[in-house]
Design a protein around this ligand. Structure first.
Ligand code: ASP
Ligand code: MG
Length: 458
C-alpha cells in the first residue's frame, strides 16, 4: 500500500500545543507517511521583503539570516527535548541559513536578482520548516528523514514563480525516493526545472506540492490538516454559524478556492482528479482521529436540496474597462488586448462584454500594470480605459446552479431585499458557479444575504 501524503501548514506549527497535536496526529496514522510542510507563518512574506531590500542594503543578508536563526533556535529549544537532537537540528538550520546568506549577499553585490534567484530564496522558508519538524518527530522516537525536492527530482515545467509539476518526469523519481519504510518530511512550495533550478509552485503552493506527491506515489488520499473546520457554507468571520460541508466535488472545491475560499490552493485538486485521489481535510484543533475528516473532496458529484453549497468572496479582483461605442462588435480588440496582457505576464480571470464596454477581470495587483500595457496599444474604437478597484467578487457554488431554475432569482432577490446593487454578474461560465460583482462596501452584506437565503431558513 503506498504511503499517505499528509500536509501541515505553517499555522499548524505556531505554538507548542499545536506541535504536540501534530505529533499526536502523526502517531495516530500508525504507519510511515510522506509529510509536506509549508513555511512557518509569515516567513515567506519576510523572505520576499528581504529579497527586495537586499538589492540596495548589504546588511540585509546578515540581519535576515540572524532573524531566522533566532526564530528557529527558539522553536528548537522549545519543541525538542533531547540536547543532541537540538544540536544537530540547529546545525542543519545553520548550514541552510549559510546558503541563504550567500544568495542574499550576491543580490546585494549585483543590486539585482534574477527570477531564478527570487524563487530560490523564497523556498528557504519551507526548507527550514521541514528541518525543524523532522527534529521534532525524531525527538518523539519516530524514524524520519528530510528530503528536498532537488534531491529526489520533483521536476516542473520550469516556469518561475508559478510552475506546474511534470508528472511523467517526476513519478519514477518520487516513487524511488519514498520507498523506504520510514516517514519522509518534504518542504512544499517548489520543485525544480529540468536544468535543476528552483521553481516555485505559486503562492500558497504547498497544497499543490502535496497533491503532486500524492499523485506521484498513488497515495490512497491527500490529508490536509488546517486550523479551521474544513470547507464551510461561508467565511465564519462574516456569517453566524456557517454549516460544515462534509462532501464536495473536485470542481466545487476548485471553484470555491478560485473565488476566494482560503482553505485550499485552487490548484490542489488538479493532479488528483485523474487518479481519483480524495482530499481529506481535518482540523488540528478538533478531533485528531485520522478516520474523521471534516470535508472530503472527491469525484462524487451531488446536488443538494438548496443547490448552493457555499458562498465565497474575494477582494483581490479588479476590472479594466475598455469603453467606446461598438467595442462589442469590433473584431480584434480582445485579441490585441489579451495578447498584450499575456506578454506582460498578466492573467485574465474573466471577460464580460457588451456593445459599449469590455470588462476584463484581473487580480487587483495587476490592474495598474494592465492599464499601462493596454494604454500603449493602438485600439480603434476604444474611447476610454478605466480601472475599477473598489469591487468584490461574490460567488455561489454548487452542482446544479446553472441547471435548476430559480437559483439566480433567489440570489438576486435576497440581494435586492437588502438594498444591494449588483454591478455585474455572470452565470454559466462554469456550470457550478454563479458570481457577481458588488462595491467592496457591500461585500459582507451580500455574503450574509445569500447565506441567510440558502442556509438559515427554517
Ligand atoms: N509559504 C508559501 C506561501 O506563503 C507556500 C504555502 O504557504 O503554501 O505562499
Ligand atoms: Mg498555505
Amino acid at each position: 500500500m503506498p504511503k499517505i501524503v499528509v500536509k501541515f501548514g505553517g499555522s499548524n506549527l505556531k505554538c507548542k500545543e499545536d506541535v504536540t497535536r501534530v505529533v499526536q496526529v502523526v502517531k495516530n496514522y500508525g504507519q510511515p507517511l510522506v509529510i509536506v510542510v509549508s513555511a512557518f507563518y509569515g516567513v515567506t512574506n519576510f523572505l520576499i521583503d528581504a529579497l527586495e531590500k537586499a538589492r540596495y542594503d548589504e546588511l540585509v543578508a546578515d540581519s535576515c539570516t540572524k532573524y531566522l536563526y533566532d526564530l528557529k533556535h527558539e522553536s528548537i529549544s522549545r519543541l525538542i527535548r533531547d540536547e543532541n537532537l537540538q544540536c544537530t537540528t540547529l546545525q542543519e538550520v545553520n548550514v541552510t541559513l549559510g546558503e541563504l546568506k550567500k544568495y542574499l549577499h550576491g543580490i546585494a553585490l549585483t543590486g539585482d536578482a534574477s527570477l531564478a534567484l527570487e524563487d530560490h530564496v523564497q523556498a528557504f522558508g519551507e526548507k527550514l520548516s521541514a528541518i525543524v519538524l523532522n527534529g521534532i518527530l525524531k525527538d518523539e522516537g519516530l524514524t524520519s528523514k528530510v528530503v528536498f525536492p532537488e534531491q529526489f527530482g520533483l521536476i516542473t515545467d520550469g516556469e518561475f514563480g508559478n510552475a506546474s509539476v511534470n508528472f511523467s518526469r517526476s513519478v519514477p523519481n518520487v516513487r524511488e525516493a519514498f520507498a523506504e519504510d520510514i516517514t519522509y518530511v518534504v518542504p512544499g512550495f517548489y520543485g525544480i526545472s529540468e536544468e535543476g533550478k528552483t521553481t516555485l509552485l505559486g503562492r500558497g503552493g504547498s497544497d499543490y506540492s502535496a497533491a503532486s506527491l500524492a499523485r506521484c506515489i498513488g497515495s490512497p488520499s491527500l490529508d490536509i490538516w488546517k486550523d479551521v473546520d474544513g470547507f464551510l457554507s461561508a467565511d465564519p468571520k462574516l456569517v453566524n454559524k456557517p454549516k460544515q460541508i462534509s462532501h464536495l466535488s473536485y470542481t466545487e472545491a476548485a471553484e470555491l478556492a478560485y473565488f476566494g475560499a482560503k482553505i485550499l490552493h485552487p490548484r490542489t485538486v488538479e493532479p488528483l482528479i485523474d487518479p481519483h485521489i480524495p482530499v481529506r481535510i481535518f482540523n488540528i484543533h478538533g478531533n485528531l482521529s485520522v478516520e474523521k475528516p471534516l470535508t472530503v473532496v472527491s469525484n462524487e458529484k451531488s446536488v443538494t436540496h438548496d443547490v448552493v453549497k457555499s458562498v465565497t468572496y474575494s477582494d483581490n479582483f479588479g476590472i479594466l474597462k475598455l469603453k467606446g461605442p461598438g467595442v462589442g462588435l469590433k473584431p480584434g480588440i480582445l485579441a490585441k488586448v489579451t495578447t498584450a496582457l499575456h506578454h506582460a505576464g498578466i492573467n485574465i480571470s474573466s471577460v464580460l462584454t457588451s456593445q459599449i464596454s469590455i470588462n476584463i477581470l484581473l487580480a487587483k495587483k495587476d490592474l495598474q500594470n494592465a492599464y499601462a500595457v493596454v494604454s500603449a496599444i493602438e485600439l480603434s474604437g476604444v474611447g476610454r480605459l478605466q480601472i475599477a478597484d473598489d469591487i468584490a467578487v461574490v460567488a455561489a457554488v454548487g452542482h446544479g446552479i446553472t441547471d435548476k431554475y430559480g437559483i439566480s432569482a433567489r440570489i438576486f432577490t435576497s440581494l435586492a431585499g437588502d438594498g444591494i446593487n449588483v454591478i455585474m454578474s455572470c452565470s454559466g461560465a462554469s456550470p457550478i458557479v454563479s458570481y457577481f460583482l458588488v462595491k467592496t462596501e457591500d461585500r459582507t452584506r451580500s455574503v450574509e444575504a445569500i447565506h441567510k437565503e440558502f442556509f438559515e431558513k427554517v
